[in-house]
Design a protein around this ligand. Sequence first.
Ligand code: BTN
Length: 243
Amino acid sequence: MHQTNYKIIQLDEVDSTNDYAKKLILEENINGTYVIIADHQTRGKGRMGRTWESPYGAGLWMSLVLGPGLSHDQLVLYNFMTSLTVCETLCELTGQPFELKWPNDILIRSRKICGILLETATKQGTLFLIAGIGLNINQKEFPEPLNQTATSLFLETQKTWERFAVLQAFMKNFDENRIELNTEIFKRWRMMTTMLGKPISVIHGTTQFECTAKDIAEDGSLIVERNGKTDRLYAGDVQIRLN
Ligand code: BTN
C-alpha cells in the first residue's frame, strides 16, 4: 500500500495551527507533507474571520501542509478531497450519516461537527496549501450560541473517542485518496451532500438572498439558480444557510 511519509509536529498549545504552519513554511526549509496538531489553540481561526473554539484535548485541531509547487487545480482538488476524506472517515468509523455542505463543512443531523480553513503560502514562487481541520470529538456540551448549531462525535455516538485513532483513520484514507487526485473527487463529493437541488439562503456581506443550490463546478464554485438565472458563488465571499 502507498504510504506517504508524514512529519507530525505535536504541540501542547499554539495560537493557531494554521498560523504555525505558515511560519514553518516561510521560516524553515520544508519538503514533504507535515501534520501540525495541537491539544489546544488560543486563537483558533474559522472561515470569514470567525474564531474556532478549540478546547483542550477535545478535538482534532490540526493543519496539513501540502506542497511545494501546487497548481491552482490541485488546490481545488485538495480542498474537496480533504472534506470528503473527513466525511468518509467519520461514516466509516461510526456508521452514522455524516454529510458535506459546500464549501467544506461536515454536518450530521443539521449540526456542524467539522470545519476546514484553507490558506495558501507562497515561498520562492511556489505554492503551499495549509488545510486546517477542526473536528469536534469529545465535547460533552457547547457554550452559547454554538450549542444551537454544533455537535461532536461524543454527542452523536455517546462514546468517547481516542483522538489519535481518528487521526490515523483519516490519514490512511487521505493517503489513499491522494494517489489519484482527479475530478472523480467531485462525483464522490456530490454523493455525500444533500444540499444540491435544495433551496438555500446566501449571506453576502450585509445582504441575503434565496436561491437553489444546483451543482459544484470544477473550479470549486457553487452553481446556484436565482430567479431563473444561473450564478456561481465563491467560497471566500459567502456564507450559506440550508433552509
Ligand atoms: C470553519 O470556519 O468552518 C473552519 C474552521 C477551521 C478550524 C481549524 S482548527 C485547526 C486549524 N487552525 C485554525 O486556526 N483553524 C483551523
